[in-house]
Design a binder for this molecule. Structure first.
Ligand SMILES: [Mg+2]
Length: 349
């Protein structure tokens, strides 16, 4: 028998719920965390009261204010949310060491003693009792199905999906619900007449494999409820970065470079503190029309020097970012990190 051993925990309207917990005056009110109604930026999290007006994450704040003029806009208090996230993880650790964080408010847990359902229930209770927050929990036999489960009865849900149930639920789902199917893939599939999981399963397999290779194979696996990826314990940070939505859209190179300088200083400081160095520097740009690009450089020697990171990112900005339309957001990220006790990466450059 296939064991139900994976739990997916997803906090409900995380940032907004924390603010409502901490401020009685925000309870039962439409709360939007991120930006302000006149300003720029996008919604990070909307409370369930705000979602009733059609407000959702990643929506421009201005649009949110139009949909719900009485919405209360609050700034993002990342330090506080991270602290709560740490508290949630310490609850997880009471039950298992095998934890894979996906984001600040989401994680996979693996439970090998056959008590995943009971533990899922207890984690929800602990979070509610100790932190006065709600989580939606999915329990299943692999990560993909567990994540699907947690999404099915939000908020405050506990959903268990057995292999039999998965076989019944999957075929009816829109193809977009499958992991890794974004807007672009969805359109490609729609173009050849695939709209649901069932459509894909019925489709000429040879054709799919021939045209899409590995991607088609992975998709077919998921559509049959097969996902062999392991719950991976995260040992270390893989990247770090900073970004900001500008006060107004601009092509002013001097100003953009000033932001890169600021980001480099902050990132360099964090890296030095942790003894980390990076090989790759990436600049992220979002244009006025929301089109986003990233441009990277991989260095021949790793660095944690703020000056070098600034020089490389500035070079990317000047030489590899088209300036034919105004820029709305600028970000800087370093990745390919080397940790102090790791052997030095061999350079091929
Ligand atoms: Mg969530």
């Amino acid at each position: 028998m296939t064991k139900l051993k994976v739990i997916h925990v997803d906090m409900d309207a995380f940032y907004a719920s924390i603010e409502q917990r901490d401020h009685a005056q925000y309870r039962n009110r439409p709360i939007v965390v991120g930006g302000n109604p006149n300003g720029r930026g996008v919604v990070s999290t909307a409370s369930y009261e705000a979602r009733k007006f059609g407000i959702h994450s990643a929506m421009p704040c201005r649009k949110a204010a139009e949909l719900c003029p009485e919405a209360i806009f609050l700034p993002v208090d990342m330090d506080k949310y991270k602290e709560v996230s740490r508290e949630i993880h310490s609850i997880f650790r009471a039950y298992t060491e095998i934890i894979e964080p996906i984001s600040i408010d989401e994680a996979f847990l693996e439970i090998d003693n056959g008590e995943a359902i009971e533990i899922g229930k207890r984690i929800k209770e602990d979070i509610c009792k100790n932190l006065r927050l709600t989580a939606s929990v999915g329990v299943s036999y692999n990560k993909f199905i567990a994540k699907m489960a947690s999404d099915m009865q939000k908020p405050d849900g506990l959903t268990v999906i057995t292999p039999d149930q998965a076989r019944r639920i999957l075929p009816q789902l829109p193809i977009r619900k499958i992991w890794g199917v974004g807007e672009k893939t969805e359109k490609e599939l729609n173009d050849i007449g695939i709209f649901t999981v069932n459509d894909l399963l019925q489709y000429d397999r040879e054709f799919l494999l021939k045209n899409w290779g590995r991607r088609a194979h992975e998709l077919l696996q998921l559509c049959q409820g097969i996902d062999e990826s392991k719950v991976q314990i995260e040992q270390e940070i893989k990247s770090m970065g900073e970004e900001t939505t500008l006060q107004e859209d601009t092509n002013d190179i001097c100003m953009l470079r000033k932001y890169l300088k600021e980001f480099s200083t902050a990132i360099g400081k964090r890296m030095s503190k942790l003894g980390i160095k990076c090989y790759t520097v990436t600049v992220k740009i979002k244009f006025t029309d929301f089109k986003t690009i990233t441009r990277s450089t991989t260095l021949s020697r790793s660095t944690s020097s703020a000056l070098r990171i600034y020089q490389y990112s500035s070079h990317i900005l000047v030489h590899r970012v088209p300036m034919n339309k105004p820029i709305r957001l600028i970000g800087l990220q370093v990745s390919n990190l080397v940790y102090p006790d790791e052997p030095v990466q061999i350079s091929f450059l």
